[in-house]
Ligand binder design. Structure first.
Ligand SMILES: Nc1nc2c(ncn2[C@@H]2O[C@H](COP(=O)(O)OP(=O)(O)O)[C@@H](O)[C@H]2O)c(=O)[nH]1
Ligand SMILES: [Mg+2]
Length: 496
């Protein structure tokens, strides 16, 4: 059992079901009010709230805001999260995101958790009973507690259940190579490049040499911090910040992995055993374009299905994932596979071979829509370069060259980029940030207009216009005169 640092608890559940209110009721910390990034020393923390349990055990609670970010953070922190708290509001019941979050939790192999049925003060006994039955069907053996963050009812019982669940978390192997999937990289004056992430395995110490994968560039660790304090050593499961010598910020970006030199080799292919969710909208087909999450990497990919050519909902099977960007994986790592339209999780599973050959795969019964070449689908040639360029250019990308149209179509189909008209495309991360800014403006008295978005983002009219049109197209906003109104997707983003 790790005694040196608290276990990490992650919240899950549908928007507005009371996750943040419950964390506040339990810990006294309003995670919505925490500055998203708090910079002290070299460490930059996500919103963590400490929670002391009746036994004296301490948990570190991370309340992940927003659905899309939940998915990313869950996968990135997968081996850093020890426990989950799934929240279901009694006045709303089980909702689609409740199901998707629990499915992801299961696909990631996270076993210990508690379900909190919130807003008990808002419903009568009969309604509570109905939701209880619904949750029992979904959550099976998980402990379920009814609470009210408003009155405090049930909080003691919840603390006790969390204690019981925490006591059953199995220990994490501290040995193995260093693996640190980078979730942030930044430059601090006087210090240089700093990266943060959850240490998947191994221990890191100052002066250690590590390799940045993909690529293998060697760096030296100048210093290590855990929770804002310099340490001599940090172990598996801990959230760390490392100051690096030998790499610019752009050379160890989010999605890269710091590892013991030689321990990992990044590849364009992963052989995986996948479980397709029973709720998947359709079978996972050979040639299907998807988004693959592994560690802090999210990359477009094409699915090659062994044998039958497709995996129907609710089944399991072996596939080869052909990735647009390389990932540094090991056997046994977890991956999550998402569709992009609709953006939803369809499958997840375990890497069975991180360096497969092509020949291991039986041909599909019908000619696949995009038979991948040596590295990626032919139509995806140039996709990796284009994605790198668009990620570097953020919200002011230069126009697409004619030769980039084909890779752009591939990347757009897999959700890695967002098209705006024929000429422009934004990296999904940059677009998501802009979308968050835009929905924020929509909530202000003057509303979301072209001029205000331009000023807030500090970009030209042309780009602001392109972003607004893409927001309309993607269902975030609707134009009425000069002002944009939020549609459902926009409201969800605003509320997250
Ligand atoms: N009456 C009542 N309202 C609650 C309770 N918990 C949360 N709320 C309200 O529900 C809304 C959404 O809660 P929030 O914690 O932000 O939900 P989140 O999106 O899951 O983090 C807020 O207006 C809360 O004040 C509760 O136990 N009782
Ligand atoms: Mg919240």
């Amino acid at each position: 059992m790790r005694s040196d640092h608290p276990l990490t608890l992650g919240t899950a559940g549908h928007i507005d079901h009371g996750k943040t209110a419950l964390v506040a009721a339990l810990t006294g910390v309003d995670t919505d009010r925490l500055p998203q990034e708090k910079s002290r020393g070299i460490s930059i923390e996500l919103g963590y709230a400490p929670l002391e349990l009746p036994s004296g055990r301490r948990l570190s609670v991370v309340d992940v805001p927003g659905h899309e970010r939940f998915v990313r953070t869950m996968v990135a922190g997968a081996t850093g999260l020890d426990l989950f708290l799934l929240v279901v509001a009694l006045d709303d019941g089980v909702m689609p995101q409740t199901r998707e979050h629990l499915a992801i939790i299961r696909l990631l192999g996270l076993e210990r958790g508690v379900v909190a049925l919130t807003k008990r003060d808002l419903v009568d006994d009969e309604t509570a009973e109905i939701v209880r039955l619904e949750v029992a069907e979904l959550a099976g053996e998980l402990p379920v507690v009814e609470v009210s963050s408003r009155t405090g009812a049930g909080l003691e019982e919840l603390r006790e259940e969390l204690d019981r669940a925490a006591a059953r978390v199995s220990s994490r192997a501290p040995d193995g190579p260093v693996r640190l999937p980078v979730d942030r990289a930044f430059t601090l004056r006087g210090i240089g490049t700093v990266v943060t992430g959850t240490l998947w395995s191994g221990t890191v110490e100052p002066q250690m040499r590590l390799a940045v994968e993909p690529g293998g560039q060697e760096v030296r660790v100048r210093s290590v911090q855990v929770h804002d304090r310099p340490v001599d050593t940090a172990g598996a499961g801990q959230r760390v910040a490392l100051a690096l010598v030998g790499a610019e910020r752009s050379e160890a970006p989010r999605g890269a992995t710091l590892a013991t030199p030689g321990a990992l080799q990044a590849t364009y292919r992963l052989e995986c055993r996948l479980d397709v969710l029973p709720t998947a909208p359709h079978a996972l087909r050979h040639g299907e374009r998807v988004s693959v999450h592994h560690g802090t990497t999210e990359t477009p990919a094409t699915v090659a299905v062994r044998g039958a050519g497709e995996l129907p909902p609710g089944t399991s099977g072996d596939v080869q994932l052909r990735l647009v960007s390389r990932v540094a994986a090991l056997r046994g790592d977890r991956v999550i596979v998402r569709l992009t339209a609709p953006r939803t999780t369809v499958a997840g599973g375990v890497v069975t071979d991180p360096r497969p050959t092509r020949s291991g795969l039986a041909p599909a019964p019908a000619p696949p829509p995009a038979e991948p070449a040596a590295r990626a689908a032919p139509s995806a040639a140039g996709a990796e370069e284009l994605l790198a360029r668009l990620r570097a250019e953020g919200v002011t990308p230069s126009a697409l060259e004619p030769s980039e149209r084909e890779p752009a179509a591939h990347l757009a189909a897999s959700g890695a980029i967002v098209r705006a008209g024929d000429d422009l495309a934004f990296a999904a991360e940059a677009f998501d940030e802009a979308a968050r800014t835009a929905v924020g403006l929509a909530g202000e008295p003057d509303g979301l207009t072209l001029g205000r978005l331009r000023d807030r983002l500090g970009i030209s009219r042309k780009y602001a216009q392109a972003i607004l049109e893409a927001l309309d197209e993607q269902g975030y906003t609707r134009r009425t005169g000069d002002v944009r109104q939020l549609r459902r997707r926009g409201r969800e983003l605003a509320g997250g």
